[in-house]
Design a protein. Structure first.
Lengths: 295, 263
């Protein structure tokens, strides 16, 4: 920064800064109007009766209901299950893609990203077709004699989890793949020339260096997964009810705006908790890396 | 990356078989609907015994679906027309201010994209209900613009970072006002990025479902809302025809964007 001494110039610089700041106003205004105001409104609504009077009754009602706690458990089960599946399926795929020439990898990445560009409703429909009792997968399973009876794959927890993993996997893959691509191949060559086995290279070179990417991918998965609505609503068949579908039912079927808002606030709290835990975890990871690099 | 290990053929074969399975898992649901959409049967049989275009005729002949298609296209166009100029101005602002101010603006603009859709949807529902705007196009439009602004910013910010600001300084010192400098220099030079941003904003609106489900209704129902309702009630191959068309349109738009950016 240069130090401006001339008061006229300083005033000019301030004016220019104010002008540039003002260019952000339309975008900030729309975010305030259509995202921040609505969230504040949910908080307000959670303290109101249907008649519009102030109350804490909504909180008492929602927090004492067993349905709320089972919705919370379902939300956590679905989110953690999705995360585990993304790590198990996505990390090897990212490793495979990072180990081929960039041109081929780009083509393969385009295929991997295809679902990202498919509407969530199209994909959900695709899964219904595949997973139904008389669907393609059950036909293949019973046809080949692997199972005698069709398996219950959809309109339950399994189907919901499959749909969610399918949605989140490309988003998880992106940062992991980027991190693995950034690894200097010379490090692996050096390790190999010193006699490290493939297993050792993966464990001591590749995994630590992609930890940052896996971490970012996991944040993305958790933040999205706790709010999933369409997938449980369709593939859950009414039997899988995380916070999101509970909110919809409370609002649409029971017209209970206050309780729906309290459930919304639970979702916000969950998001904040995940955010705090992840920040703490990142600090820990950063510390360990520093210690490791000093060791 | 693993070329230092040519002797580990088995490990490589295992890794690639696993990768192929995961990739099949990713592509299967998108691809399976295509043959189904050309089936002649009422049932979801696979592979279809006979082929026809009846589900496409069904879609194009249905007044409800056509109204939804119209709503979605209008909404997408309006969203892009509003979100992209807003995003461009905000990106210019962030680019010029830099530092903590720019970071603060960016994190505010990104809030909607990390907030669960269901929260935005019910919050917007309450706000709009208080203004008696539930079911109007305006309500859904506001929701879509706020989701499209960050998407457009992701495209425009890096483009502006590569932009040579001396040109604007020159124009300004020769007497051009800011409107002229932006319209005459920045916009023409960023036209490819602006086109990409416009298409992405359009797609964001076209694809958005949760806000539409809660706020759009009646004549103003969008395609995703109608698809959601029919997936819940009955699933006939009309949805397969719509899904196929939808995917073809989206993939075409994405291809245009990526190819234009490369050239």
């Amino acid at each position: 920064m240069t130090v401006v001494r001339d008061p006229a110039l300083a005033a000019d610089a301030r004016r220019e800064r104010r002008f540039f700041l003002s260019l952000s106003l339309p975008a900030l205004f729309i975010v305030g109007l259509a995202a921040i105001l609505p969230i504040l409104w949910i908080i307000r609504q959670s303290f109101l009766t249907t008649g519009g009077e102030y109350t804490v009754g909504n909180y008492q009602k929602v927090l004492s209901s067993g349905l709320t706690w089972s919705a919370l458990v379902t939300t956590l089960e679905l989110s953690l299950g999705t995360l585990a599946a993304c790590i198990l399926l996505g990390t090897p795929l990212a490793l495979a893609l990072a180990s081929v020439r960039p041109r081929l990898a780009n083509v393969l990445m385009a295929f991997v990203m295809l679902p990202l560009w498919t509407s969530i409703l199209v994909r959900t429909y695709g899964w219904l077709v595949l997973l139904r009792r008389d669907g393609l997968i059950n036909a293949a399973l019973t046809g080949s004699g692997l199972t005698a009876e069709p398996l219950p794959l959809v309109y339950n927890f399994t189907g919901t989890l499959i749909g969610m993993v399918h949605y989140m996997l490309p988003l998880f893959l992106l940062p992991v793949y980027a991190a693995m691509r950034d690894i200097d191949p010379n490090l692996i060559r050096a390790a190999a020339s010193m006699g490290a086995t493939l297993r050792q290279v993966i464990r001591t070179v590749i995994m630590p260096l992609s930890a940052g990417g896996i971490f970012s991918g996991s944040i993305i998965v958790l933040i999205y997964a706790i709010g999933f609505f369409i997938t449980p609503a369709v593939l859950g068949g009414g039997k899988v009810n995380p916070l999101s579908t509970r909110i919809e039912r409370t609002l649409s079927t029971f017209q209970d705006w206050g309780s729906a808002s309290v459930l919304g606030i639970l979702l916000l709290v969950l998001m904040a908790l995940i955010g705090v835990m992840l920040l703490a975890a990142r600090r820990l990871v950063a510390q360990n890396t520093v210690e490791a690099s000093h060791a | 990356m693993l070329e230092a290990y040519p002797q580990n053929r088995l490990a490589r074969i295992l890794l690639w078989s696993f990768a192929a399975l995961v990739m099949a898992f990713l592509m299967l649901p998108t691809l399976v609907v295509v043959p189904l959409s050309f089936s002649a049967s009422n049932l979801l049989e696979f592979p279809p015994h006979a082929y026809s275009l009846r589900w496409y005729e069904n879609f194009f002949g249905s007044a409800t679906w056509m109204a939804a298609l119209r709503t979605s296209l209008i909404l997408g166009t309006l969203t892009a027309l509003i979100a992209v100029p807003f995003a461009l101005l905000a990106c210019i602002s962030m680019n010029r201010l830099g530092g903590k101010t720019a970071a603060a603006i960016q994190s505010v603009l990104l809030t909607p994209s990390i907030t669960p859709g269901i929260l935005l949807a019910i919050g917007l529902f309450f706000v709009l209900a208080a203004q008696h705007l539930i079911g109007t196009l305006l309500g859904v439009l506001v929701g879509h613009v706020v989701l499209a602004v960050p998407v457009a910013c992701i495209v425009l910010l890096p483009a502006l970072a590569r932009f040579d600001w001396n040109q604007v300084q020159a124009a300004r010192s020769l007497g051009a006002n800011w409107a002229r400098a932006i319209g005459g220099i920045i916009v023409p030079q960023l036209r490819i990025s602006l086109l990409s941003a416009t298409l992405m904003a359009f797609l964001t609106s076209l694809d958005e479902s949760v806000i539409s489900i809660f706020i759009a209704s009646g004549r103003n129902s969008t395609m995703p809302k109608l698809m959601f309702l029919s997936l819940r009630d009955q699933i006939d191959p009309t949805i397969a025809a719509i899904s196929t068309l939808w995917t073809v349109i989206v993939v075409a738009v994405v291809l245009i964007v990526t190819l234009r950016q490369k050239s």
